[in-house]
Design a protein around this ligand. Structure first.
Ligand code: GLY
Length: 323
């Protein structure tokens, strides 16, 4: 058995580890690990308390993958619900689909009686309002929200400045390997922007035959590289989990244009091995490891640099405590 989660998983790792130790299924342990993080408003990049989009609305992304069936459930740009990961779970259970976004995801959440929430907490509202007051011209304010939002996207927060998505990877006592993610994505993102967290193969992937991977940071990079799926394929082709992660990090050197920023890659294999690498990291990334016995422990991630210049967008950071 093994459980890996990132620093944002701190609140959920004891529950998930305890459940796995007691024989719970990996998917159940992962969902139970993510839920308290989604509900805690002090985690500013997941669930309630997450930073809003450029219109001041919190849009949440999440997914789960069952590596034994390759079934997934994912939601993108979901507004008004407390536990996107559980809505994702119900998509897997109840629908012949894998991913719902926006109004359709909210409609489904209402249909299943998912718990509603006002995810825009007072501090996020204050920060967004301060940004709006300071950065928009009088003409933009007069026309708001009927203005071009694209030029304003330069204000997006680097998700690793504001902290990050949460990701969980687990193998349970039966050998089943699963993955899960949950995030509010980039602060001040363009409405409808999906990061990699709900995109299977980019932000996460699990296959009980080989292992699993999940990413945090700039989802734009892992979407372009198909990072999580690539890692599992590299393992299928015989690479160790460490070599697979380094190979996927190396793939990012081919990226030209767009956003080149930071990504942290987490991966496990089926034999109790794992690797966590912070691409373009500054050495501060940590993660949680529970290796099937004792208590979960915090470990430092390795660092790989693939770019001299790392994109740091963020006039918005000055309106947030994270800045
Ligand atoms: N990795 C999370 C995101 O890009 O939204």
């Amino acid at each position: 058995m093994i459980l890996v989660t990132n620093n944002e998983g701190t609140l959920g790792v004891p529950t998930a580890a305890r459940m796995l130790a007691a024989g719970a299924a990996a998917l159940d342990a992962i969902e139970a690990g993510i839920r308290p993080i989604e509900a805690d408003p002090s985690v500013r990049t997941v669930g309630r308390g997450g930073w809003p989009n450029i219109l001041g609305e919190v849009e949440l992304d999440a997914c789960l993958m069952d590596g034994s069936t390759l079934r997934t459930g994912a939601v993108g740009a979901l507004k008004g619900y407390l536990h996107p990961v559980s809505v994702a779970r119900e998509i897997m259970r109840r629908l012949p689909h894998e991913l719902l976004v926006g109004d359709g995801a909210a409609r489904f959440a209402a249909e299943i009686g998912a718990e509603t929430a006002d995810n825009l907490i007072a501090d996020s509202k204050r920060a967004w309002q301060a940004w709006y007051d300071a950065e928009l011209t009088p003409a933009q304010k007069a026309a708001w929200p009927a203005v071009d939002l694209a030029p304003l996207c330069r204000h997006a927060i680097d998700p690793e400045i504001g902290r990050d998505t949460t990701v969980f990877l687990a193998q349970d006592a039966t050998g089943a390997v699963c993955s899960g993610t949950s995030t509010s994505g980039w602060g001040w993102k363009y409405p409808g922007r999906l990061g990699d967290s709900p995109i299977i193969g980019a932000g996460s992937y699990a296959d009980t035959r080989y292992g699993a991977a999940a990413c945090t940071g700039a989802g734009e990079m892992t979407i372009r590289c198909g990072t999580a799926r690539a890692i599992v394929l590299y393992m299928k082709k015989g690479a160790s989990v460490a070599d697979a992660v380094f190979e996927a990090a190396d793939d990012m050197r081919a990226l030209r244009g767009g956003l080149i920023s930071r990504v942290t890659i987490h991966a496990i294999d089926t034999r109790g091995n794992h690797k966590v690498v912070a691409v373009n990291g500054d050495g501060s990334n940590v993660y949680w490891l529970w290796d099937g016995a004792g208590e979960p422990r915090r470990c430092p991630a390795d660092v790989v640099r693939i770019a001299e210049e790392v994109g740091r967008v963020s006039s918005v950071a000055r309106y947030t405590a994270a800045g």
